[in-house]
Design a protein around this ligand. Structure first.
Ligand code: NAP
Length: 491
């Protein structure tokens, strides 16, 4: 019995998903030691986005020491930006060292989650039934591949696959490879395949602004120093240059006339002008919308790679895909052996396609039509004791989503503590809190750089940027503790 909190009771908590955020929740709950915790994971391994994405060149463009749990620094990162497989191994090591594996039920995809008689009833595709006092939805942001509606796609004779479904049985060296899409994924793939393919064609409907970024490997001496003195890791993670860059970046995003956005515009423009020698290629690669309107792309070598003689950039819409290659709308034809679809994700899904039914039959699908939203990316009215990590409208710019999830977890922990201490059996966001949040959020979001006239996955079905539209500090402050009056406590 917990002597410090004699009124605290043990709750049954179901965590959905064993990716970065689900592991965080499971780990924190296991540490608290008071609850029964079950993690449902649809796949047979942990890792979320780092398990699903295995494409060549996969890396995280957030500095490795910042894309790390604050409580589990990692002296072993091989470079300033960590490669994807290393990040997957990091999460696996956390699961192992904290003995979380026993909490996770693999191969169990939750299909239905319904609030009945004060509890959540869970159903999985395998027919497992469970119940929970609290649900933590850690189902990720970008995990449902968006397949492009391009005429003739299925007629392509060679291997073709989405970037998040990479077919590793397909040999790449010496082949003619086409990559459709130039978001962060397409750019990383093209940079990695240049020099391996006999001919690489990067097909871009809309070119992107590229922010140059260093990516130096850490030397063995540096790693030894990190091991010996974790304060040195903090010095990288909380480095003034990086943290002020994050703050400047949010200032740039939220005010499209700020000096900070003009600074970013100048850097990416200079990168294009200085890096691309051929004026024809330079004009092809010049976006016609403002920098950071689409998620800014960080790359140390993309412009160098596309200037290789074996790499071609094809700009404009695709007319159709034919058995032997891709036909552009301007008539140009690119003969290909392999076609990669780096065409992004259905960013409005979140917990869906799972059926989530809350109080009085409230359906998350209806609540999220036309566009999903959640207070601070965490709670939705009518869905008591249902807490999201990295849910809709949380910050998803070029930030560490680990940091965002940790802040949200700190907030959720306090709501759970309220339930344990008997403040209520259920905690439900008030409808007026949500309404007020959405009114303010939407008004602010329209003024952000994301709403400055380009198309991107940030925009919801109403064309409103769905990302957190205020500063990083405002997010930190508002998630520091639940505000009195925002929630209804039900006995
Ligand atoms: P994305 O940014 O949504 O880019 C999708 C690309 O596919 C765009 O260039 C888009 O063109 C193109 N496309 C879609 N449908 C098309 C069609 N029918 N015909 C031609 N082109 C089409 O997707 P992503 O690159 O996978 O990145 C998604 C997000 O994942 C990123 O923004 C980032 O948040 C995250 N990510 C992060 C990292 C990292 O290092 N941290 C790495 C990879 C991904 P349009 O622009 O014309 O629509």
């Amino acid at each position: 019995m917990n002597t410090e909190h004699p009124t605290r009771k043990s709750l049954r908590i179901v965590v959905m998903g064993a990716g970065m955020a689900g592991i965080l929740a499971a780990l924190r709950l296991r540490e608290a030691g008071r609850h029964t915790v079950v993690v449902y994971e649809k796949a047979d391994r942990i890792g979320g986005t780092w398990r699903e994405n295995t494409y060549p060149g996969l890396a995280c463009d957030v500095p490795a020491h910042a894309y790390t749990y604050s409580f589990a620094p990692n002296a072993e990162w091989s470079s300033y930006l960590a490669p994807g497989p290393e990040i997957q191994r990091y999460f696996e090591s956390i699961v192992q060292s904290h003995q979380l594996e026993s909490l996770i039920r693999f191969g169990e995809e939750i299909t239905r989650c319904e609030f009945v008689d004060g509890q959540w009833r869970i159903e999985t595709a395998r027919g497992t039934h469970d119940r929970a006092d609290i649900v933590i939805a850690a189902t990720g942001v970008l995990h449902h591949p968006s397949m492009p509606a391009i005429a003739g796609l299925d007629s392509f004779a060679g291997p073709h696959f989405h970037s998040a479904r990479w077919d590793h049985s397909v040999p790449l060296d010496g082949r003619r490879i086409g990559v459709i899409g130039c978001g962060s994924t397409g750019v990383q793939i093209v940079s990695a395949l240049a020099g391996r393919a006999s001919n690489l064609v990067h097909i871009q409907r809309t070119p992107q602004w590229i922010m140059p970024t260093p990516n130096d490997p850490y030397t063995e001496e540096q790693k030894a120093a990190f091991r010996a003195d974790p304060a040195l890791i903090d010095a990288v993670r909380y480095n003034e240059e990086y943290t002020s860059a994050v703050r400047r970046f949010t200032s740039a995003i939220i005010d499209k006339e700020s000096p900070e956005i003009h600074e970013i515009e100048a850097v990416v423009l200079k990168n294009l002008e200085d890096s691309v020698r051929d004026p024809v290629l330079r004009e092809k690669l010049r976006p016609d919308y403002r920098a950071a309107c689409k998620r800014l792309i960080f790359s140390s070598d993309y412009y160098q790679k596309v200037q290789r003689p074996d790499v071609e950039v094809a700009i404009g819409p695709i007319a159709q895909i034919e058995p032997a290659g891709v036909r552009m709308a301007d008539g140009a034809f690119h003969a290909l052996d392999i076609l990669v679809l780096a065409t992004g994700f259905r960013a409005d899904r979140f917990v869906r396609p799972m059926r989530v039914l809350g109080r009085n039959g409230a359906d998350i699908d209806a609540a999220w039509t036309p566009a999903p939203s959640a207070y601070l990316g965490i709670t939705v009215p009518g869905f008591p004791n249902f807490f999201m990590l990295n849910g809709p409208t949380g910050p998803v710019g070029n930030f560490s989503l680990i940091d965002i999830a940790e802040r949200q977890w700190g907030y959720i922990e306090q709501l759970i503590a309220d339930l344990e201490s008997g403040k209520g059996r259920l905690v439900d966001l008030k409808a007026e809190t949500m309404r007020d949040y959405d009114q303010r959020r939407i008004a602010a979001a329209r003024g952000t750089i994301f709403g400055s006239g380009c198309k991107s996955w940030y925009l919801d079905a109403n064309g409103v940027p769905s990302s957190w539209p205020w500063s990083y500090d405002a997010f930190a402050e508002q998630t520091a503790r639940p505000r009195a009056g925002d929630y209804e406590y039900i006995h």
